[in-house]
Design a protein around this ligand. Structure first.
Ligand SMILES: NC(=O)c1ccc[n+]([C@@H]2O[C@H](COP(=O)([O-])OP(=O)(O)OC[C@H]3O[C@@H](n4cnc5c(N)ncnc54)[C@H](O)[C@@H]3O)[C@@H](O)[C@H]2O)c1
Ligand SMILES: [Zn+2]
Ligand SMILES: [Zn+2]
Length: 378
């Protein structure tokens, strides 16, 4: 596929990717998901998203070719490929900050490299394609265990580790009340994983009833529709003995609904980087001394965020792109043990030719869509 400008993606025949560096591999894609993060690109909100780019940072496939210096992979291996492109040896990779690799995206001071995620994230073509070039192939790609369903594997490239890291960054203590904003794939995984860290109560806020119904059983969680509240912050305070939640997780990011001012200011006029309303709610409904964990993605330019409340309440804010590689071993264990069933969130599956329809369905939240998967016909 390729990007043609805001709200336009289409199938396009592109040249076969080639090995450009001795550490590259070429992967034949067998599955590739569309992510909430792709919607920021699709909506034209990410700077330097160039027409002609192939999106797709959640994919798995079969190693087709390897560069002469690749040692950890062989042709024919079935691999899942973390969304972060990381060199494995820079200052940041050495600390396990694979989402902040300095070498894969040396132009940027913040995010590292990400497949199919604009030139802000390195300008690498992504995996919503038949074939993809995978740099630093010894680092990210992980051989899929033979017992694992490929539908589970493809979700381990992003949404499962991101949800898990959201819960981890929350520093959840046994018995804590955790509020997750957003019942998309990332919020679903964050709510599920919050229990692994000992949460005593998990509450999820969204405005899409079909997603709330899913997450209620899957996480499980108490679920509330913010359209049915006068003020979500007051509602959450009342629901938590007037103290506020111990941990709030923002699994929404800059495409948030729920506030007209920010919608006009951030989404229409682009005077801030999208709408930070879910983050406002998180900051204002966490208890004093609590933790706000942000995995929702915001553009790199300014946002109107209530930083005064962060200071006055003594809130700890933690955030990052997920460090997929660091988390994979324990997440593979959770899947093997049956504690995590990632593929249950897949609602739509279509051939690559239907990419523009699938973007439309996922973006407009039609047809009960939670997670769509593209399957190239080889
Ligand atoms: N940090 C990372 O590594 C990382 C990785 C993957 C995705 N993300 C980000 O996580 C976010 C969620 O991803 P997703 O795939 O679940 O996306 P999604 O678009 O499927 O889900 C977002 C959900 O938030 C809901 N929502 C909108 N406004 C809200 C509000 N004010 N309060 C509560 N809920 C609201 C939507 O109805 C939707 O269900 C996106 O911003 C995405 O870019 C981050
Ligand atoms: Zn993603
Ligand atoms: Zn690095």
């Amino acid at each position: 596929m390729e990007y043609r400008g805001p709200l336009r993606v289409r199938l396009e025949q592109k040249p076969m990717p080639v090995i450009q560096h001795p550490l590259d591999a070429i992967v034949r894609v067998t599955r590739s998901c569309i992510c909430g993060s792709d919607l920021h690109l699709y909506n034209g909100e990410v700077p330097d998203t160039r027409v002609g780019m192939t999106f797709g940072h959640e994919f798995c496939g079969i190693v087709e070719e390897i560069g002469p210096e690749v040692q950890n992979l062989s042709v024919g291996d079935h691999v899942l490929v973390p969304f972060n492109i990381a060199c494995g040896r820079c200052h940041f990779c050495k600390q396990g900050l694979f989402g902040n690799c300095h070498e894969a995206n040396a132009q940027a001071t913040a995010v590292g490299g990400i497949f199919g995620y604009s030139h802000t994230a390195g300008g690498y073509d992504g995996g919503q394609a038949e074939y993809v070039r995978v740099p630093y192939a010894d680092v990210g790609p992980t051989v899929i265990p033979s017992w694992m369903d490929p539908d589970d594997a493809v979700l381990l490239t992003d949404v499962v580790p991101t949800g898990y890291q959201a819960a981890e960054m929350g520093g959840i203590q046994p018995g804590d009340t955790v509020v997750v904003f957003g019942a998309g794939p990332v919020g679903i995984m964050a709510a599920r994983c919050a229990w692994f860290f000992g949460a005593g109560r998990v509450i999820v806020i969204d405005h899409l009833d079909y997603r709330l119904e899913f997450i209620r059983d899957y996480a499980p969680a108490e679920v509330y529709n913010f359209n049915e509240m006068d003020d979500p912050v007051v509602f959450l305070k009342k629901a938590t003995d007037s103290l506020g939640a111990d941990v709030c997780i923002d699994a929404v990011g800059g495409d948030a609904s729920g506030n007209r001012l920010h919608a006009v200011f951030g989404k229409k006029l682009k005077l801030e980087a999208g709408s930070p309303i879910a983050l406002h709610w998180a900051i204002n409904s966490v208890k004093k001394g609590g933790v706000v964990s942000i995995v929702g993605v915001y553009g790199p330019t300014g946002n109107m965020v209530p930083i005064g409340n962060v200071v006055n309440k003594g809130i700890t804010i933690r955030s990052n792109q997920a460090s997929v590689k660091r988390l994979l071993p324990r997440l593979i264990e959770h899947v093997e043990a049956g504690r995590l069933n990632p593929k249950a969130i897949i609602t739509h599956r279509a051939p690559l030719e239907d990419v523009s329809d699938l973007y439309h369905i996922f973006s407009s939240k039609l047809d009960g869509c939670i997670k769509p998967v593209l399957v190239p016909r080889h």
